[in-house]
Ligand binder design. Structure first.
Ligand code: GDP
Ligand code: MN
Length: 393
């Protein structure tokens, strides 16, 4: 789950990291009031930032400076309602504009293959790190945190020195460690600060870092969906303005669903069986339209929800149902399929294979309802591919 910059910044603040203050506004008038407060507190300018769950807001025109309350209101009015990468901006963050001396990049990501948190730092901040990784890979420094001990002092110092933080290296060490704590406290997949910035504080800075401070100017946090059950308080950070309707339906129904690019919709119980089914569809010459695991003990209503998810994709022109009945009862699934088909708006050919618990009853029900069935998985995949227009060669 992605969370908004303002919420990500709250999580960083709670770990004691330096984040300049901000307010969130939903209207231009609210933005004006927030700007007035920041200007009254001594800011020369304010920054207005679109709160949308995509990167590159700056380039898209979603980050702007303003020098007066009037200008802040006008700028916020332009940003609110603007579309950034197909997402409509509904809120903006308003903060005293930072006087940036230099921008850096620092992030913590879950490195699944190493089973550790990986810190990535670079003196090339403010730009997309993917570009840095391609153009100048040597400009990025990596450190793995220890799962028990966190990021050790010498590792954090290595990062800070490689990032060329100069007199701000101590602040860099503290921030790097704070990112690891943030990852661990909330089971995050990613905590990214881009830019981490040296900013001037009231008056000119000097080479030794006095009058300057290292702060988190932007923050991006992604939480591990599978761990959200352990953090009920984070549920409040879900932004209903931006959740994809398909993802929302899948989450509410308790179905694991990942949309892919093919034409054959797959409804399967069990993640391993779902992957195998997708492999067999490919081997039979087709392309799966999705990964879908309806989970154990799925009942008729869940089957109907799965069908809606699959059919929401207009590219789907055939459906393969592969159920291995254990706790999941074959006859329940068959009833769900019959009900779902009677409700569905689009008639798409379907091939059903159900084995295991109550498969005889399932077969009888499906036969009565004139469903196309298959005995083996290979046969089911072949039939689904044949039924799919795109792959029928
Ligand atoms: P992103 O484009 O979505 O990553 O949004 P950022 O918050 O990273 O902002 C993009 C760029 O806008 C930053 O790299 C900065 O150069 C600039 N920017 C953001 N906040 C400020 C600020 O407070 N003052 C100034 N001068 N520039 C800012
Ligand atoms: Mn950024």
């Amino acid at each position: 789950m992605k969370i908004q910059e303002a919420d990500a910044k709250s999580l960083l603040l709670a770990q004691g990291l330096p984040v300049p203050g901000w307010e969130v506004a939903r209207t231009a008038t609210e933005a004006r009031a927030a700007a007035e407060r920041a200007l009254a507190a001594g800011a020369e300018q304010v920054v207005i930032k679109a709160q949308v769950l995509v990167g590159g807001r700056g380039k898209a025109g979603g980050v702007k400076l303003a020098s007066s309350a009037d200008e802040a209101e006008a700028v916020a009015g332009r940003i609110l309602g603007m579309d950034i990468k197909d997402i409509t901006v509904r809120k903006v963050l308003v903060a005293a504009a930072a006087d940036i001396v230099k921008e850096y990049y620092l992030s913590a990501v879950l490195d699944r293959s190493a089973r550790r948190i990986l810190l990535m730092g670079s003196a090339e901040g403010g730009v997309e790190i993917e570009q840095v990784a391609v153009a100048t890979p040597e400009a990025i420094t990596y450190q793995h945190a220890d799962p028990y001990l966190g990021l050790l002092d010498h590792q954090a110092r290595r990062l800070a020195f490689a990032m060329d933080l100069g007199p701000h290296w101590k602040a860099g060490v503290a921030i790097a460690k704070g990112l690891v704590r943030t990852m661990q406290a909330h089971d995050a997949d990613l905590v990214e600060i881009n830019p981490l910035a040296v900013v001037r504080e009231g008056g000119a800075g000097s080479g030794d870092g006095s009058g300057e401070r290292l702060v988190c100017l932007d923050a991006k946090v992604t939480l591990d969906d599978s761990a959200l059950a352990r953090h009920p308080e984070l549920e409040a950070l879900r932004d209903p303005d931006e959740e994809d309707p398909t993802d929302q339906l899948a989450r509410e129904a308790g179905i694991s669903f990942i949309k892919l690019d093919g034409t054959i919709g797959c409804m399967v119980n069990g993640a391993g069986l779902a992957m195998t089914t997708m492999d067999l569809v490919k081997r039979a010459g087709g392309e799966p339209a999705n990964f879908l695991d309806i989970g154990g003990g799925a009942r008729a209503d869940k089957v109907a929800a799965a069908m809606r998810l699959i059919l929401a994709d207009p590219k789907v022109d055939a459906i393969l149902v592969n159920i291995f009945g254990g706790i999941t009862r074959g006859d329940e699934v068959a009833r769900g399929l019959i009900e779902a088909r009677s409700l569905q708006e689009r008639d798409v050919p379907m091939v059903v294979r159900i084995v295991g618990t109550n498969f005889e009853e399932a077969a009888r029900l499906l036969q009565e309802a004139a469903f196309e069935t298959a005995g083996s998985l290979d046969e089911a995949a072949a039939k689904a591919v044949a039924a799919s227009g795109g792959a029928a060669a």
